[in-house]
Design a protein. Structure first.
Lengths: 256, 271
């Protein structure tokens, strides 16, 4: 990720990602949970830079549409600050592939907070590299997401925490993706149906600090382009506290 | 819960919230609202405009948020709605509850149902409201201690649309998208265009971009600044168009003020 400085323009970040096998889903499409996580990382970091020097940020709301298209590498994500308020920063994010197809688009809202250890320092223009192993395990496996009855669950290991020490917002979005798909498969008679989460509106209500973290989906209805699922995310180790809820659209994927 | 009209400022005699003829009921921490379905709130296919349902959601959630934020006041920060079934019925209802009430925001969730069939949602919605300092012109919302039997008008005297609702709001098509002038009929208590009306503008822009055979089924709106000067212009960009659905990004700007006011990401389907 690199910051693009253009005087008079709002804070803008550009990120590029290779498309490694671990972020391709069973349909041959970009894994929605991984894509949501990338959007959260880029738009969240952009919001953090927008909050400086007064504070740093924690995601409160992620609204992303992920288009069900076959993607040609590399993927480019661009995020821009739309609004910098006293208490919140709003950023937009748009991902395009090498063919200039829009792969994802949405907005992220962050609360501006002051860390107890002080506001982080970043050399500007900011630059941040994150590398994913080409031959690593699949994204959900790497996160440790497993199925437990009608829920999906993960242990809150240190690798899944953000600088605030709580579960990373992108991890929450991946858990929501997994729960929405799982609930859809359970609710539909054709359990082997190929599905993909195309849309999520995710609200973060409280930090997940302890774990294990459970996500449970409830199918609300089916329309021509997919199944609408409500997902609740709870921190079981913290009195089963509700930490996030989301509405997701899980689309059917045509067999080619 | 009802708006006590403390002044002539809001809502004025002729206002979209009156013409929606909303009735509300507040029992404990749950708000319900109902809206009669008339031809003037339906699209060419006989279904209630998605944007008008979002307006009902904005109103009912705003009512709950205002009570939660008291003595502060509130403004819609974001609104999402996912349509699950066609928006038809003799009367649409909504039930809303607070998910989180914090110092700076209130987060809510709502479901829409038809003809009393609560639990069989036609649509689901989420909303975030920013908590603001109270201004003198803000309405006073009171918890009325409603009972399950009591339904009453949301804004005192109710009206009805004398023409199709989007025409009544003043929407017009242009080469750029959909535009509307800022006028009292569509304002909120802060003097900007009502958040629900901006959802309607998004809905109209989706249909303009994809075609009248499409219906808006997903709305994600983020409100960036009050739309106070006008005209307000919603410019749609089709990001992907499939056989039976399409994704549309909408940029809404206050042309007179020269600033962006709202962004929306929407989906339309053939249904």
């Amino acid at each position: 990720m690199r910051e693009v400085v253009d005087p008079g323009r709002p804070v803008t970040l550009v990120a590029e990602s290779e498309i490694v096998p671990s972020i391709i889903d069973e349909n041959g499409l970009l894994h929605a949970g991984a894509l949501f996580t990338m959007c959260d990382c880029v738009a969240g970091f952009c919001g953090g830079l927008g909050a400086l020097p007064d504070g740093w940020v924690v995601t409160t709301n992620l609204m992303i549409r992920s288009e069900p298209v076959v993607v040609t590498a590399p993927l480019q994500l661009v995020s821009t600050v739309l609004r910098r308020g006293r208490n919140a920063v709003v950023t937009e994010v748009r991902a395009r592939d090498a063919l200039d197809q829009v792969v994802a688009h949405g907005t992220l809202t962050s609360a501006v907070l002051t860390p107890s250890e002080g506001v982080p320092h970043w050399e500007r223009p900011a630059h941040l590299d994150m590398h994913a192993p080409h031959d690593g395990p699949h994204f959900d496996t790497w996160l440790g997401i497993t199925v437990d009855g009608s829920d999906v669950v993960l242990e809150l290991v240190d690798d899944l925490r953000n600088p605030w020490g709580i579960m990373h917002g992108g991890v929450t979005s991946a858990l929501v993706d997994a729960a929405a798909k799982h609930a859809t498969r359970l609710a539909r008679s054709d359990a082997g149906r190929r599905v993909r989460t195309n849309d999520v509106a995710l609200h973060f209500l409280a930090p997940a600090k302890v774990g294990p973290v459970y996500a449970s989906g409830r199918v609300l209805g089916v329309r021509p382009d997919g199944t609408i699922v409500e997902v609740e995310v709870r921190d079981r180790g913290a009195d089963n506290r509700l930490v996030a809820f989301a509405i997701a659209t899980v689309g059917n994927v045509r067999r080619s | 819960m009802e708006i006590v009209e403390q002044s002539a400022v809001y809502p004025p005699e002729h206002h979209v919230l009156r013409d929606l003829a909303l009735e509300v009921q507040s029992v404990g921490a749950v708000n319900r609202a109902w809206m009669p379905v008339t031809d003037n709130i339906c699209n060419a296919r006989g279904r209630v405009h998605t944007g008008l349902v979002a307006t009902m959601i904005d109103a009912i959630c705003g009512g709950l948020a205002a009570v939660a934020a008291a003595p502060g006041w509130i403004a819609t920060a974001d609104l999402t709605m996912h349509v699950v079934q066609p928006l038809v019925g003799d009367e649409l209802g909504a039930v809303a509850k607070v998910r989180r009430a914090g110092r700076t925001t209130v987060v809510l969730e709502a479901e829409v149902f038809a003809d009393g069939n609560e639990g069989d949602p036609l649509a689901v919605a989420t909303a975030t409201f920013s908590v603001l300092e109270r201004r003198d012109a803000n309405p006073i919302l009171t918890a009325t201690g409603d009972t399950a039997e009591s339904r009453h008008p949301f804004v005192g005297r109710i009206g009805s649309f004398a023409e199709p609702a989007y025409s009544a709001c003043g929407f017009r098509s242009s080469a750029h998208g959909i535009e509307v002038d800022v006028h009292e009929y569509i304002l909120n208590s802060l003097g900007g265009v009502q958040g629900g009306v901006l959802a309607c503008l998004s809905d109209a822009a989706v249909v303009q971009a994809l075609g009248t055979e499409f219906e808006t089924v997903d709305l994600h709106l983020v409100y960036l600044a009050l739309a106070k000067q006008g005209p307000i212009r919603a410019v749609p960009t089709v990001l992907r168009r499939g056989d039976a659905n399409g994704s549309v990004a909408i940029d809404m700007s206050d042309v007179g003020a020269g600033r962006r006011t709202t962004v929306a990401n929407c989906v339309g389907v053939l249904w």
